[in-house]
Design a binder for this molecule. Structure first.
Ligand code: FMN
Length: 262
């Protein structure tokens, strides 16, 4: 087990963080967490400060439309790798991760990291929770921990060049970023408490005259506001929810496998 690791994650509804923490705790005795979705998260300064005693990072991102969210590529692109090692984790909702892992590895390599291993793991789908329901579960946890041990062994056996050997799936150019012309809405039980305003990573939500307003040009539909709403008033509109349920419904009966690359 390594001494320390820094986990950089973006996890609007908690699945990505869960996977990142299972990996990191199996991999290192001490885990420092950096939430890329937190307001005012200054990645490079934090990384330089924390990085003095830490030679390896873990980056964990959710998959949105087969890509990583732009907030993740921007923030990871600001890190100062300086040859440090990185493990990447793409966390997805049982459908497909397409170009997400490749994109994350490209971004971190561009920031000066040596990517040594990558994994694509399943978590409950944040828009259609009956898809991948309950994942990561016990079996996933065992697989994520086995991956952590394999990365640790790889590090112990490679003195200099630990670069990932296998090609991760994905294509250049990446697929076009997902566009769904909708935002979550606030239903009748909304008390305008402001939880959604505070959690929104892109400042897309505001309160005006006691009503919640959402700026569609800023909203990336990450679902953080729906997860944070204490009265469950923040939801996808019934028509969007029905369309998503229809689109992904068949995946309810499917158990997509975790994959990793060393
Ligand atoms: C806007 C959006 C797009 C998504 N696109 C995909 C996708 O392309 N493939 C997939 O399998 N899951 C997709 N998902 C599901 C998430 O990747 C999955 O639920 C992930 O665990 C969310 O991370 P979180 O729990 O940390 O928020 C999408 C979710 C959202 C909100």
């Amino acid at each position: 087990m390594k001494e320390k690791v820094i986990l950089y994650y973006f996890s609007p509804t908690g699945g990505t963080k869960k996977v990142g923490m299972i990996f990191s705790k199996a991999f290192a005795g001490s885990v420092e967490e950096v939430n890329l979705g937190a307001k005012g998260c200054k990645t490079c300064a934090e990384e330089v400060k924390a990085g003095t005693d830490c030679n390896i990072i873990v980056a964990a991102a959710p998959v949105f439309g087969g890509r990583i969210p732009h907030i993740v590529s921007e923030k990871l692109g600001e890190l100062c790798g300086k040859g440090k090692k990185a493990v990447t984790l793409a966390v997805y909702g049982n459908r497909a991760y397409e170009d997400a892992l490749l994109e994350m590895n490209d971004v971190l390599t561009g920031s000066g990291f040596e990517v040594i291993a990558s994994g694509a793991f399943i978590a409950q789908h944040s828009m259609v929770p009956f898809v991948g329901a309950g994942r990561p579960d016990m079996t996933d946890t065992e697989e994520i921990e086995a991956f952590a041990r394999a990365v640790s062994e790889k590090l112990d056996s490679c003195a200099v060049d630990c670069k990932i050997r296998s090609e991760v799936p994905g294509n250049h150019p990446y697929k076009d970023p997902m566009t769904i012309p909708a935002t979550p809405i606030s239903g009748e039980s909304c008390t305008a408490c402001g939880s959604c305003v505070r959690i929104c990573p892109t400042d897309a939500i505001s309160i005006s005259e006691g009503k919640i307003q959402t700026d569609i040009s800023k909203c990336m539909l990450c679902m953080a506001c729906t997860a944070a709403c204490p009265t469950h008033a923040r939801i996808l509109s019934p028509s969007v929810q029905a369309a998503m349920n229809d689109k992904l419904g068949a995946l309810k009966a499917v158990r997509t496998k975790n994959e990793w690359f060393l």
